[in-house]
Design a protein around this ligand. Structure first.
Ligand code: 4AD
Ligand code: MG
Length: 481
């Protein structure tokens, strides 16, 4: 018996009139009394392969079970196709139904379903064209990430998911405990005694692998992490997940500007990779978006197609400016003067909201923007204090349609400056001793950043809700499947 070949390979095959075996799921079946045309998809690519089943060869009993959603194994001749849209098709000699489906109850109809509806049907969502495209592109971006950093001599460091420290100091962490919530052990003061907990202390799911990453960089020079991160912020937006993936490179001997150069090179590499290796999927998503755009009023339609947007970012330098320059632009902007911003910009020191970021990126510069040198009071403790003592060497990369996609900084490598910043921010030195040791023994200038993988995927796919670029989204109130 012939061995199974993936549909992606069969469709590219130039060998004709050979026996092949394909396995996959039925998308549609049509035909007449004499012959059935089955569209079979195995997820290896967007396209289906057409299986032609002649009643003389395939029994009626079998054909009855070939229903939408059923899983088949098909053996037959790979022959040139007379139908439009495909070069080859399989002339079936044998069909085995590996898994039946009940077409009447099958929740996917051959029409477009809303994303909200699909999010509720975990097992079928990945079988749609759209999610197949998204998840293949997601894989491509993960693979390209490893390839990019590997080529540059970075090492992938696995940082812990369970942690005893709060890297971003925002305190929005999920607790990890094995204590009985009904009857936790209490100490003499009547408080929960975490000494009796699994790790002998309070622990949480990590918000970032950076602090551990810094230890790696100060030994291996250049590392990157790529792992899940967790934030218990109750933000029900289209850009926030409670569980998301982050890529965090950390580089010894890099200053902020070196880091800004690296992030541009990396993002462009990813976009180029997607356009080169995911062209079919991007093309499909682009057509889908164009259809959707047609339903919108003219002034809300995007002036660029998905591919044009990707190419634009690939071919243009990002605009790099300081927070202070950005505040000046925003202060004097039309929406600020006309009181159109929900949070008006008045004074230096204000935290930028996504409406401000999007104004800069989408209206003012009309390209990706890197903002740097933020006021120290709105940024994390580990960022390097600038000469002015007011700002830190931070940088955020802002993308059109998304806002912040990357956050990073040069790290404070000077022990005294770092500990006095920690004191200002009321971070216990004792808790962070293991981290401060890097500054005690061979400290070095170093920098790094974090790319939100799902925010990247929003940009690459053109989708607008972050729940639709991760296979199993976790958001406030949602942890099904
Ligand atoms: O800006 P953030 O909080 O930076 C850090 O965590 C640093 N430790 C990174 C570093 O310097 N190594 O998060 C980094 C990125 C954001 O720019 C955003 O893209 C993404 O992570 N992100 C989220 N993505 C989805 N859902 C959320 N709730 C996110 N919070 C942050
Ligand atoms: Mg940030």
């Amino acid at each position: 018996m012939s061995e199974r070949t993936k549909i992606a390979a069969l469709l590219k095959s130039t060998d004709e009139n050979i026996q092949v075996q394909a396995k996959g799921w039925v998308r549609t079946k049509r035909g007449n009394k004499h012959v059935s045309f089955i569209a079979l998809n195995d997820g290896s690519c967007l396209q289906n392969i057409q299986v032609v089943a002649d009643n003389a060869t395939i029994s009626e009993d079998i054909l009855k079970e070939v229903q939408t959603g059923a899983c088949l194994s098909v053996i037959g001749q790979l022959v040139p196709s007379e139908g439009v849209g495909q070069n080859v098709e399989i002339k079936a000699e044998e069909i085995m139904v590996l898994g039946k489906s009940h077409a009447e109850q099958y929740p996917l109809q051959p029409k477009k379903h809303s994303f909200e509806y699909l999010r509720e049907i975990a097992h079928l969502r990945p079988r749609t064209n759209t999610f197949g495209a998204v998840f293949r592109l997601r894989h491509a971006m993960a693979f390209a990430t490893h390839q990019f950093f590997n080529q540059k001599g970075f090492f992938n460091l696995h940082t812990p998911i369970i942690t005893g420290s709060d890297a971003e100091g925002a305190g929005e962490m999920f607790r990890v405990t094995t204590l009985d919530p009904q009857h936790p052990p209490l100490n003499e003061a009547g408080e929960v005694d975490f000494k009796k907990d699994f790790f002998g202390k309070e622990t949480s799911l990590t918000v970032s692998g950076q602090l551990e990453g810094e230890l790696g960089a100060l030994a291996l020079s250049e590392i990157y992490t790529f792992g899940p991160t967790f934030r218990a912020e109750n933000s029900n937006t289209t850009r926030h997940l409670a569980e998301f993936w982050m890529i965090e490179p950390e580089m010894a001997f890099y200053d902020l500007n070196d880091s800004i150069a690296l992030v541009q090179e990396y993002l462009k590499y990813l976009i180029d990779y997607a356009l080169t290796h995911g062209a079919d999927d991007i093309d499909f998503l682009e057509k889908r978006l164009l259809e959707e755009e047609k339903t919108k009023p003219a002034q809300e339609r995007s002036p660029m197609t998905l591919t044009e947007k990707l190419r634009f970012v690939l071919e243009n330098d990002f605009e790099v400016l300081t927070y202070t320059e950005a505040i000046d632009i925003l202060k004097n902007s039309k929406p600020n003067k006309k009181k159109k911003f929900q949070y008006p910009i008045e004074d230096w020191g204000a935290d930028l909201q996504s409406e401000h970021e999007r104004y800069l990126v989408e209206k003012h510069f009309a390209k990706p923007v890197v903002l740097k040198d933020y006021p120290k009071d709105i940024k994390a403790f580990y960022m390097r204090l600038n000469e002015d003592k007011k700002t830190v060497a931070a940088m955020d990369v802002l993308f059109p349609g998304i806002g912040e996609i990357v956050g990073g900084s040069q790290r404070e490598e000077r022990l005294e400056v770092l500990t006095s910043r920690m004191a200002e921010m009321k971070i216990e030195e004792k808790e962070m001793d293991w981290y401060l040791d890097t500054r005690r023994f061979g400290s070095a200038p170093h920098s790094g950043f974090g790319l939100g993988f799902e925010r990247l995927m929003l940009f690459i796919t053109g989708l607008t809700n972050i729940r639709d670029v991760i296979p199993f989204p976790r958001t406030p109130g949602n942890a099904d499947f």
